[in-house]
Write a protein that binds this ligand. Structure first.
Ligand SMILES: *[C@@H]1O[C@H](CO)[C@@H](O)[C@H](O)[C@H]1NC(C)=O
Ligand SMILES: *[C@@H]1O[C@H](CO)[C@@H](O)[C@H](O)[C@H]1NC(C)=O
Ligand SMILES: *[C@@H]1O[C@H](CO)[C@@H](O)[C@H](O)[C@H]1NC(C)=O
Ligand SMILES: *[C@@H]1O[C@H](CO)[C@@H](O)[C@H](O)[C@H]1NC(C)=O
Ligand SMILES: *[C@@H]1O[C@H](CO)[C@@H](O)[C@H](O)[C@H]1NC(C)=O
Ligand SMILES: *[C@@H]1O[C@H](CO)[C@@H](O)[C@H](O)[C@H]1NC(C)=O
Ligand SMILES: *[C@@H]1O[C@H](CO)[C@@H](O)[C@H](O)[C@H]1NC(C)=O
Ligand SMILES: *[C@@H]1O[C@H](CO)[C@@H](O)[C@H](O)[C@H]1NC(C)=O
Ligand SMILES: *[C@@H]1O[C@H](CO)[C@@H](O)[C@H](O)[C@H]1NC(C)=O
Ligand SMILES: *[C@@H]1O[C@H](CO)[C@@H](O)[C@H](O)[C@H]1NC(C)=O
Ligand SMILES: *[C@@H]1O[C@H](CO)[C@@H](O)[C@H](O)[C@H]1NC(C)=O
Ligand SMILES: *[C@@H]1O[C@H](CO)[C@@H](O)[C@H](O)[C@H]1NC(C)=O
Length: 528
């Protein structure tokens, strides 16, 4: 490695002929001479100013920003080969604290400014508008406040603008619509207001619009239907209301369409499933949408995630899932899918057998009636979460449920199931949480329940279960909730069970016909 002095010596032309050490030291302290020898002094001063407004540099990334090196060799700095002008300033995730110096606006050859995941505060300097070569601006995950600079629009080569996870306020400036090359605008998790403005529709180059977690308010403008290149539209939790303009369903390249946690109303066009052939994520959960869930969704053959829960959808669920072979999440909880007069609301389950990647099926509180088909057992072995709780399902629980060996949570509480709890339940070796409460189950609690060695929460209360509390439960070493209340259980309290050290959250055995003395161990257990 060359010594710092040697590097200075060779890069500083006014010192080339100097032969004695003293002059080298003079050169060392003469930054101007040095800089003009190897590059552009404006860039040099801009970088020095950048450094001077950093108040904390925990990993000492800016330590190399000194006279020993040409600024093109400073860490995080890249220059053009010929002109020695700064083209990239890349200082992600360096724990930097401080302000962004307006002098950065003098780095006139800058193409990439990336300061993601630091702790810059204060405003984004409007001087950035001079960076007309700037292509990528990554200021996400900092503490920038104030408004998005209006004149950024002069950086007409901008393709990526990432400002998410900051504290920006105000509205999206109208001038933004002049950025004719903008492809990815990501402004999530700020405090932006003023709605999603209609003029944004003029940025026809846009591929990704991600703006979730801002209190925008307002309606979704119809003009966004001009975003012909759009693949991602994410605006969750933005206080949006009104209906989704039909023009959006013309964006044929959309892969991710996500507007969860808003106040959207109205119904979905029946033909939506025939319009967005590339759709993989459809997330409209937690809105106030009404009408039927369009059966044409059956045609979204690339869909991975269907999240429509917590809306006011109604009418029988007539989606045929057999073409949706890649789907892994179906979340439809809290809707009313009761089909009038018909008692087979749950028949669509049959169409799920080809969905071999299904991990989550959530139909909690959907007003479903009918008998759970045996084909429930043909669901994916990848299924870890199945919830059909709070519906009106009747008949017995098919023993095929024991085929769902991937389940960790099974929620079937608050239905009208009757008959015995099938012993096949003992095959669900990965089960951690089991809700069978508030049904009409009768007969004994199967002994095999003790085979579920990972079981942590067992809710069997409010049934007609009888016989003894199986002592095999003592093998459930993770059990921390056991609620068997309001049944017809008899016999003695199984004291071995009460010794389970894990049982610390809830034990409720009330409203049964248990006999014998209460073992002294019970005083250590919280009860409800
Ligand atoms: C440095 O760049 C600035 C802006 O591009 C220019 O005005 C100035 O003349 C350049 N200086 C040198 C020494 O090249
Ligand atoms: C410049 O930075 C390098 C790397 O951090 C360091 O080794 C060197 O001592 C510094 N030189 C001066 C003059 O501060
Ligand atoms: C953010 O930066 C810190 C270092 O300051 C790092 O540990 C962390 O992994 C980074 N986070 C992300 C999401 O890159
Ligand atoms: C660089 O930018 C600052 C602030 O924007 C300005 O005051 C200064 O004159 C500019 N020029 C040079 C050569 O540093
Ligand atoms: C923005 O640019 C306009 C003209 O292009 C100028 O008049 C105005 O002062 C600039 N605003 C800021 C904050 O730089
Ligand atoms: C958007 O485009 C339309 C039609 O080209 C034009 O009339 C309108 O002025 C533009 N709006 C903005 C804010 O650029
Ligand atoms: C959707 O696109 C078609 C064909 O380009 C057009 O005729 C129709 O008006 C568009 N619909 C909406 C709601 O924008
Ligand atoms: C699905 O697409 C096919 C072919 O385009 C069409 O015939 C059928 O009606 C569509 N299904 C629904 C439910 O819209
Ligand atoms: C949605 O359903 C809830 C609960 O049933 C009801 O309070 C609310 O008024 C409904 N909203 C709409 C828009 O129908
Ligand atoms: C389901 O998968 C089976 C076997 O791969 C196939 O024969 C059947 O056609 C598929 N059903 C549908 C509706 O795609
Ligand atoms: C179930 O659906 C029927 C028919 O739509 C309705 O009358 C009833 O109130 C619903 N029940 C619940 C609990 O939502
Ligand atoms: C459904 O599962 C049962 C066993 O529970 C099996 O006999 C049957 O062949 C399966 N059907 C399909 C279509 O996979």
């Amino acid at each position: 490695m060359k010594s710092p002095q040697a590097m200075i010596f060779s890069s500083s032309s006014s010192c080339i002929s100097s032969l004695f050490y003293g002059l080298v030291v003079i050169c060392l302290t003469s930054a101007t001479v040095y800089a003009s020898g190897g590059g552009n002094e404006t860039d040099y001063f801009a970088l020095l100013s950048f450094k001077s407004t950093i108040t904390h540099d925990p990993y000492k990334v800016l330590a190399s920003w000194n006279h020993s090196f040409h600024f093109c060799d400073w860490s995080g700095v890249s220059c053009g080969k010929r002109h020695k002008r700064v083209t990239v300033l890349w200082l992600d995730s360096q724990g930097l604290e401080g302000f962004l110096s307006p002098h950065v606006g003098n780095l006139s050859f800058l193409r990439v400014l990336s300061l993601s995941n630091n702790s810059f505060q204060g405003t984004i300097p409007h001087e950035l508008d001079r960076l007309f070569r700037l292509r990528d601006l990554y200021l996400d995950a900092n503490k920038f406040s104030g408004v998005i600079p209006t004149n950024l629009s002069r950086c007409s080569n901008l393709e990526d603008v990432w400002l998410f996870l900051n504290e920006l306020t105000g509205s999206i400036p109208m001038e933004m619509s002049l950025l004719s090359k903008l492809a990815r605008l990501e402004i999530d998790d700020n405090k932006l207001t003023g709605g999603i403005p209609p003029f944004l529709g003029n940025i026809t180059s846009l591929e990704m619009f991600s703006a979730g977690g801002n209190p925008f308010g307002g309606r979704i403008p119809d003009t966004l239907g001009h975003w012909k290149s759009l693949t991602t539209f994410y605006s969750g939790d933005c206080n949006l209301y009104g209906s989704i303009p039909h023009s959006i369903f013309n964006l044929s390249l959309l892969v991710d369409f996500s507007l969860p946690d808003n106040h959207l109303t109205g119904s979905l066009p029946l033909g939506i499933g025939n319009k967005l052939p590339n759709l993989e994520w459809l997330q409209l959960r937690d809105n106030e949408l009404t009408g039927v869930l369009p059966p044409s969704i059956s045609n979204y053959s690339k869909l991975k995630s269907l999240e429509m829960g917590h809306n006011n959808f109604s009418g029988k669920l007539t989606i045929d899932f057999s073409k949706l072979r890649d789907i892994n999440l179906i979340y439809l909880a809290y809707n009313n899918f009761h089909g009038r007069r018909e008692a087979d609301d749950i028949r669509f389950i049959n169409s799920l057998k080809n969905c071999t990647r299904l991990v989550t099926l959530d139909l909690y509180n959907c007003n479903l009636t009918g008998v759970l088909p045996v084909s429930i057992g043909n669901l994916s072995d990848q299924l870890t979460f199945l919830s059909l709780g709070v519906n009106q399902l009747s008949g017995s629980l098919p023993s095929s449920i024991g085929s769902l060996v991937g389940l960790t949570r099974l929620v079937l509480g608050a239905n009208r199931f009757k008959g015995k709890i099938p012993t096949t339940i003992g095959k669900l070796q990965k089960l951690q949480v089991l809700y069978l409460d508030s049904n009409h189950f009768s007969g004994p609690i199967p002994d095999v329940i003790g085979n579920l060695s990972l079981l942590a929460k067992l809710y069997l209360y409010s049934n007609k279960l009888e016989g003894h509390i199986p002592s095999s439960l003592r093998n459930c070493k993770e059990l921390n909730v056991l609620n068997l209340a309001d049944n017809r259980l008899s016999g003695k309290l199984p004291w071995q069970l009460l010794k389970l050290p894990s049982l610390t959250i809830l034990l409720n055995l009330s409203q049964n016909s248990l006999s014998g003395s209460i073992p002294s161990q019970i005083k250590d257990i919280p009860r409800s």
